[in-house]
Design a protein. Structure first.
Length: 310
């Protein structure tokens, strides 16, 4: 089983308009509502691929219960700590006229010390029956940025591989516990390393550096240009096939799910990277915050170009 830990999930509401006009009334043509948050999205992709997964984290209020119901309808096990604070709602505006999407995201929280203690106990319990734990996303108010470091240590002590997908301070502290895999995008890797990464060679060197100092495997995602993955003695570059991109929301989370699936089957870095790229591309073909379909992942997988750089 693969567990996901999402401390700041959200109800994602995507509204579709045509030729959005700021400062005027816009007619909504369609609305989509989904359970969201980076770890939650990874669980949704894993479930679509037929993998047993459990979603852990915090939910609160009517919104939180609605998220649980949505996940359970998709066949995803859940074991959330219920909080006093209502789970946040994120609004996405998709312009059918072709303009880039607009996101309005609530912050989330606050979380109490008692709720945090319950979460740590819950994670400790589920690590006994989990192969891989995906720890992903932002953290809500009331939680110290050291939380991912603590959760990674808990998983590692139980012999569980961890994949960390975070940014800024939570990522930096998380690296102190040396997760099994990290998956920053180029912007996140630049902030982490304090330098710009423009060329493939620069990105490959950055992945090697992170795989040496911060994690066993470092994957740097590059959107439509694929991703670079580095481990101790190898560096790979994977490029997905050209697809008609409808929405990139959740593509990175789908890539994380694909990497986890590849590694959980006893696969190596190359298999995980290739599957991750196929999953990310499949989700880019989907509307709103929908995850990619299994048949699309399986169709795209043989078309992913995988090259060993070192």
């Amino acid at each position: 089983m693969i567990a996901t830990i999402t401390l700041n999930p959200a109800l994602d509401k995507t509204v579709y308009v045509r030729n959005l006009t700021i400062g005027d009334t816009n007619r909504i043509e369609k609305v989509e509502i989904d359970a969201g948050g980076k770890g939650v999205n990874a669980s949704r992709m894993l479930a679509e691929m037929g993998v047993e997964t459990i979603a852990l984290g915090f939910v609160g209020g009517k919104t939180g219960r609605f998220i649980e119901n949505l996940l359970e309808e998709d066949g995803i096990k859940t074991d959330f700590v219920h909080t006093k604070a209502e789970t946040r709602t994120n609004i996405g505006i998709q312009d059918l006229g072709g303009s880039p999407p607009t996101a309005l995201n609530e912050r989330g929280g606050p979380i109490t010390l008692e709720e945090l203690a319950q979460l740590k106990e819950l994670v400790g319990f589920w690590m006994n029956v989990t192969k891989i734990a995906i720890i992903a996303g932002s953290i809500p108010e009331g939680i110290e940025p050291t939380i991912y470091r603590d959760l990674i240590k808990t998983a590692r002590d139980a012999g569980v591989q961890t994949i960390l997908d975070a940014d800024d301070e939570p990522l930096r502290y998380g690296l102190q516990a040396r997760p099994s895999v990290i998956k920053p995008n180029v912007d996140e890797a630049e902030r982490l390393l304090g330098r710009t990464l423009t060329t493939l060679d620069e990105i490959a060197k950055a992945a090697k550096e992170l795989a040496s100092s911060a994690a066993d495997i470092a994957v740097i995602s590059m959107g439509k240009d694929g991703a670079v993955a580095a481990a101790q003695n190898e560096v790979w570059h994977a490029v997905p096939p050209d697809v008609v991109t409808i929405s990139t929301v959740g593509s990175g989370d789908s890539m994380v799910a694909g990497i986890a699936l590849g590694l959980s089957d006893g696969g190596d870095i190359a298999k995980g990277l290739k599957l991750g790229c196929a999953a990310g591309a499949a989700t880019a073909m989907s509307s709103g915050v929908d995850m990619g379909k299994r048949e699309d992942v399986e169709r795209l997988l043989p078309e992913v170009k995988l090259t060993r750089i070192e």
